[in-house]
Design a protein around this ligand. Structure first.
Ligand code: ZN
Length: 251
């Protein structure tokens, strides 16, 4: 099983052990700095920690940790140039599987500029992007995200994440891959299964988004096991459990 969106930087080794022994093989860890950011050096240090430290920490417990780096929309109060330079380097060296997570949160001018620039880098280098949609104002921000995405990058490179039943109709026919986040305060197992039941298994990736906020490191496992218990076809469950992620990210 693959958990397609996490923030392992703020999680414990015990979580890695629990995930691995529960059947998770691969975890994608994204950039997001939940504390006060003094400057871009602090942010670069966060990115380097995911890349060089969390990958090794996870491996000790059997987990294959893949990395997505970028400037999170809530971390945009920095000079982004140093981070752009490093993103080119990470892509060139095949150190990251995507730019992420990026997106919009409060719709400030800086957020738009940094989001757009990262989409341009991704399109230019044929790199996948993982795009965050906020808890608040999701529909309005999603509509802005779609405009910026459609003007700057091939939708085939794009995962739009944290999609729920209220906004799924806005993105289901647009050629993006869609992320379902099963996390306390976002969506529960039944709601995720309801979406899969209604829209099919082909377009979706599953994740816990585990971070410093209330999270369940086993939410992907619980969703897959529940689908199994409800007798969904093995071939369909496999898509959401790992096949779609392997195909999309070329894992
Ligand atoms: Zn996230």
């Amino acid at each position: 099983m693959i958990d397609c969106h996490t923030h392992c930087d703020s999680r414990s080794s015990e979580d890695f052990e629990l995930m691995y022994t529960s059947g998770i093989d691969t975890v994608i860890s994204c950039a997001y700095y939940p504390y006060h950011l003094m400057n871009e050096i602090v942010y670069l240090n966060h990115l380097e920690r995911i890349l060089n430290y969390d990958t090794k920490r996870a491996k000790k417990y059997g987990l294959d940790l893949k990395v997505a780096l970028g400037i999170h929309p809530t971390n945009t109060e920095i000079n982004p140039e140093l981070i752009y330079e490093n993103l080119y380097k990470y892509i060139e060296n095949d150190e990251i599987i995507a730019i992420g997570e990026i997106g919009l949160e409060n719709l400030t001018d800086t957020e738009y500029e940094i989001f757009k620039q990262q989409l341009i880098i991704a399109d230019e280098t044929n790199t996948k992007v993982i795009i965050h949609t906020p808890r608040k104002n999701k529909r309005a921000v999603l509509s802005e995200i779609k405009k910026v995405v459609n003007n700057n990058i091939d939708p085939k490179l794009v995962v739009i994440d944290h999609i729920n039943k209220n906004v799924i109709g806005d993105v289901i026919d647009d050629g993006y891959t869609l992320g379902l986040t099963v996390q306390p305060q976002k969506m529960n197992v039944d709601e995720a299964i309801d979406i899969l039941d209604n829209y099919g298994f082909d377009k979706f990736l599953l994740n816990s988004d585990m971070s410093n906020k209330p999270s369940d490191p086993l939410s992907v496992v619980k969703t897959i096991r529940e689908l199994d218990k409800l007798n969904y076809k093995k071939s369909e469950i496999n898509k959401i459990s790992h096949e779609n992620a392997i195909k999309f990210f070329n894992l």
